[in-house]
Ligand binder design. Structure first.
Ligand SMILES: *Cc1c(COP(=O)(O)O)cnc(C)c1O
Length: 465
């Protein structure tokens, strides 16, 4: 498979190069040149396969040419063997035609493990093969950072630097990052919000000297391998509910648009999906876009679902590329308007309203949904999942179509909000019970590109060994 940039001015790359590069040199994102297709027969045959086997079948066309089938099989088996639930991504039922896809059984209790456990192994394999090292630089609003650190800790070919907005991630989220004391792990608390962190990372990628010297790579959801890995659970879940012979709807708590975009990829690959619901908290740029055709930045408002406190969704550009009929010059135009005018408008008629729907959920509604879900279905959900459930209820068009809400985090990751809503303090699973007793290591830095670059250059082993 070859990959092309959404802005059309960077060279096409193979899978190996795309994983190690992240952002394209023209500022765009890499997308597959074509969408591999799965026939209904091939989708039906996923029934009865393990999650790792399904991942191998669905994803192999994306990696073909860079990794042998046997090597890839070993990676999916290892990545999904690290989950605490044998089904990896089990489904639970809340009501008739109402389901939860439990994506939080990985090592850091959020859905990002599903992709990052595989990405860690891809790095090992691809770098080991080339005898290379990389410096991973990433921004996190909470969950990406811990999942990335968990996937990369102790690996000799990788140094990892994670920027998080100081004081704006939960204590559990911060501790899951800062209590990992491996020498190759560096946590930086930035005086700013998540968008500031993300802007710093983007700027480091656009500084080609810095990027080349340190062999900088991304684990953010801009990395194609992450989106790719997330495609799998749309297929496996649909199959377990009778797909592809009946359409399924999904509601996806969204921030950077990576998870819901993976659902769109599954649709493009041939999975029948009735509705793909983009659920946001009050940071609602995506909801405004799908309802009004206007993509316009506003400030970020901290919420009880902090992993979605984002205004500029980095993966959105990938969707925009398809929406524009894969016209890279149109994407360049929109992105220029976003930079210069703070937003752009798309003709509502060109919006593929057929499968996307979107809505926003207030803080009060989030708390009320946690309480209601516990009362009606005896299930304790985290605030992100609650946003998905609320917007699913608001937006679903056909009650006879199964609605699957992606449960993106374990409630114990956000205990304060869950306790406030339900009166129940969610306990961490056994392997994390001592999280608050472990020592932390992190450095706070100002929101200043040069300071952050100097810090990273001073510590990255690729320069200092
Ligand atoms: C990252 C995250 C999201 C948002 O996912 P995107 O791919 O950024 O849209 C939602 N919920 C949780 C718990 C997350 O960690």
């Amino acid at each position: 498979m070859r990959y092309i940039s959404t802005r059309g001015e960077a060279p096409s790359l193979n899978f190996e190069e795309v994983v190690l590069t992240g952002l394209a040199r023209d500022g765009g994102l890499y997308v597959p040149e074509t969408w591999p297709q799965l026939s209904h027969e091939e989708i039906r045959e996923l029934a009865g396969k393990t999650y790792a086997e399904a991942a191998e079948i669905i994803l192999y066309p994306f990696v073909e040419g860079s990794i042998s089938r046997e090597e890839f099989r070993a990676m999916t088996e290892k990545a999904y063997g690290a989950f605490s639930h044998k089904a990896v991504v089990p489904l639970s039922q809340l009501a008739e035609n109402d389901f939860l896809m439990e994506l939080y059984h990985g090592p850091t209790l959020a859905f990002k493990d599903v992709a990052l456990q595989l990405l860690g192994l891809l790095y090992d394999h691809l770098l080991g093969k080339q005898g290379k090292k990389v410096t991973i630089v990433g921004a996190t609003s909470g969950d990406t950072g811990s999942a990335a650190i968990e996937a990369c800790r102790g690996r000799d070919a990788v140094d990892i630097f994670i920027l998080h907005p100081k004081g704006r991630v939960s204590d559990v989220q911060r501790r899951q990052m800062t209590t990992v004391l491996d020498g190759n792990v560096h946590n930086i608390a930035i005086e700013g919000d998540f968008d500031d962190c993300q802007a710093l990372v983007k700027a480091m990628f656009n500084d080609h000297d810095f990027r080349d010297q340190l062999a900088v790579s991304a684990v953010n959801s801009i990395n194609w391998a992450r989106v790719m890995a997330q495609i799998v659970y749309y297929f496996t879940t649909a199959v377990s509910l009778g797909g592809p012979d009946r359409p399924i709807s999904f509601s996806v708590p969204s921030g950077n648009f990576g998870d819901v975009y993976a659902g769109f990829c599954a649709y493009k690959m041939g999975l029948p999906i009735e509705q793909l619901i983009v659920a946001t908290n009050r940071n609602d740029i995506l909801s405004r876009f799908f309802n009004q055709g206007s993509y316009r930045k506003e400030g970020v408002d901290p919420t009880i679902s902090p992993s979605m406190d984002i205004q500029v969704s980095s993966n959105f550009e990938r969707f925009l590329f398809d929406l524009c009929g894969r016209d890279a010059s149109a994407v360049r135009g929109f992105m220029q308007q976003l930079d210069e005018d703070g937003g752009f408008e798309v003709d509502l008629k060109t919006l593929n309203k057929v499968i996307f729907a979107a809505g926003a959920c207030s803080e009060e509604e989030t708390l009320a949904t946690i309480q209601k879900t516990l009362a009606e279905s005896a299930k304790l959900v985290d605030p992100h999942t609650a946003v998905g459930l609320k917007v699913a209820a608001d937006c679903r068009s056909d009650k006879t179509v199964p609605m699957v809400t992606l449960s993106t985090a374990h409630p114990a990751k956000f205990p304060a909000a869950v306790e406030k809503a339900s009166g129940i303090y969610p306990e961490l699973p056994a392997h994390m019970q001592d999280l608050f007793d472990r020592p932390e290591r992190l450095d706070a830095l100002p929101n200043d590109l040069e300071t952050v670059q100097n810090y990273i250059s001073g510590k990255a082993r690729i320069l200092n060994r």
